[in-house]
Ligand binder design. Structure first.
Ligand code: 5GP
Ligand code: ZN
Length: 113
């Protein structure tokens, strides 16, 4: 837990953001600046700065399965979606509390920019 971390504060509901998923170890909510019709962030409750600092394979795996559940619920499981975890500067990470982006609802280019 980090007092000054935005995503810790959202996970603790100190900042009122509507959660679309809540479980023992993670929460999910819509990105404030969506890059696709569906853009959800799946965030562990535990403060982990980036994937470089993650140690629990179960937790990291569960973030992906939660994203898949939300994709199903949002109606994009069949059409397709992308899950992305940006790590550090070259990937454009801006919030240093690990999170999985779930993006879908439009077709996407590859390779990513
Ligand atoms: P990153 O760039 O670290 O991979 O992703 C951080 C994401 O968090 C960005 O897509 C950004 O729009 C989103 N974000 C930043 N601040 C807030 C906020 O206060 N609320 C929500 N819902 N999303 C946020
Ligand atoms: Zn945090």
């Amino acid at each position: 837990m980090a007092d000054d971390c935005l995503f810790c504060r959202i996970a603790r509901q100190e900042i009122p953001v509507q959660l679309i998923h809540e479980s023992d170890d993670c929460v999910a909510f819509r990105d404030i600046k969506p890059q696709a019709p569906v853009h959800v962030l799946v965030v562990p409750r535990e403060h982990i700065a980036s994937l470089n600092d993650a140690r629990d394979p179960g937790l990291i795996g569960r973030l992906s399965l939660v994203a898949a559940e939300i994709a199903e619920r949002e109606g994009i499981a069949t059409t397709g979606y992308r899950t992305v975890m940006n790590t550090n500067a070259d990937a454009g990470q801006t919030v240093f509390h690990v999170h999985l982006h779930l993006l879908g609802g439009r077709s996407m280019a590859w390779p990513p920019g």
